[in-house]
Design a protein around this ligand. Structure first.
Ligand code: ZN
Length: 169
């Protein structure tokens, strides 16, 4: 599993790397070199650092798989920028946004298992390409008036998410 393409699940052809947290989102929300602290992961996998640069969270992918999904990233970026400007987003865009959230969710799941060495021996039955729009989806967007700005990901570090990667924040 560690070297499988996160999009198709096969041994990567013309191997390259995919940011499971998209680089454009990392850049949009702060310094790409800022550190992500994951002491829990370091306690699970011996020798694993307890902090990583956001931009270093990349995982194996085929070149063609990765480029095939680049249009989704471009579309998602446009939609997120519209949302941040409080502009109207139509139903087609919301579906694209949900596709993108499927991609990020499954990418974070497979990336997390890869990073921590898959301690419970999970055998993924799907990868990103098979999971986009494959099940009902929903998203809740809440505007926070106060508190820190930036990017946080919640829920994906929990063992429950490793076994049932259905929900994240
Ligand atoms: Zn692939």
């Amino acid at each position: 599993m560690p070297s499988d393409c996160i999009f198709c699940g096969q041994r990567p052809i013309d191997r390259n790397k995919e940011h499971v947290i998209p680089f454009w989102l990392i850049e949009m929300t702060g310094d790409p070199n800022r550190q992500l602290n994951l002491p829990y992961f370091a306690s699970i996998r011996e020798g694993l650092s307890d902090s990583f640069a956001f931009k270093s969270l990349v995982f194996p992918a085929c070149e063609s798989c990765n480029s095939g999904f680049s249009h989704l990233e471009e579309e998602a970026k446009v939609i997120v920028l519209k949302m941040l400007r409080f502009e109207e987003v139509d139903s087609v865009s919301i579906n694209t946004f949900l596709d993108w959230l499927d991609k990020v969710r499954i990418g974070l799941w497979l990336g997390t298992l890869n990073l921590i060495g898959n301690p419970t021996g999970i055998v993924p039955k799907f990868h990103i390409a098979k999971r986009l729009a494959a099940k009902d989806r929903m998203v809740v967007i809440h505007r926070c008036e106060e508190g820190p700005t930036g990017l946080g990901v919640f829920g994906t570090t929990l063992p429950m998410f490793w076994h049932r990667p259905v929900c994240f924040s």
